[in-house]
Design a protein around this ligand. Structure first.
Ligand code: ZN
Ligand code: ZN
Length: 155
């Protein structure tokens, strides 16, 4: 398993993609893009909104939702699974990557899913089921090493 380093310069890539898709890049929308592209943590729309308001005081929550929706449509961010059904997003990094999400601090790391056990599992499922597997959706949830260290120290 290979951990993927956090990507630099997602912001300019994303702005270019939004522009290509014909999305008008107003200043408040840019702020939303910058916040989520630079975050290494799970972001809820409300948290994006609170941060965005510090830089763009007149931004509305609807703008935040619409910008997040557009980023999701373009596959630049992905929703994380939440048992409570609340929305939360993380950046999608290039290539075949699976996110690891810390339940305690919300930190996100990614590891490469190429030619690994996940690919083998996918092949196994295809053989057993007779399906042609086209994609899979895999997110890991747990407690990151830093949170585990803090926990151990407080005991
Ligand atoms: Zn953590
Ligand atoms: Zn995979």
């Amino acid at each position: 398993m290979t951990l993927v380093p956090a990507q630099q310069n997602l912001v300019s890539d994303w702005l270019a993609r939004l522009h290509e898709a014909g999305y008008r890049l107003t200043a408040p929308r840019r702020v939303v893009v910058e916040i989520i592209a630079n975050s290494r943590y799970v972001m809820e729309p409300q948290a994006v909104y609170l941060l965005a308001r510090q830089r763009s005081p007149r931004i509305g929550l609807a703008t935040v939702y619409r910008t997040l929706e557009k980023l999701e449509d373009l596959g630049l961010i992905q929703r994380i699974h939440r048992p409570d059904g609340c929305q939360a997003f993380i950046a999608t990094v290039e290539g075949h990557q699976h996110p690891l999400i810390c339940r305690r601090c919300g930190r996100v790391e990614y590891f490469s899913g190429d030619a690994d056990i996940v690919t083998r599992l996918s092949q196994h499922v295809a053989e057993e089921s007779g399906y042609t597997i086209q994609e899979h959706w895999l997110q890991f949830f747990g407690i990151c090493s830093e949170c585990r260290r803090k926990e151990a120290n407080s005991e």
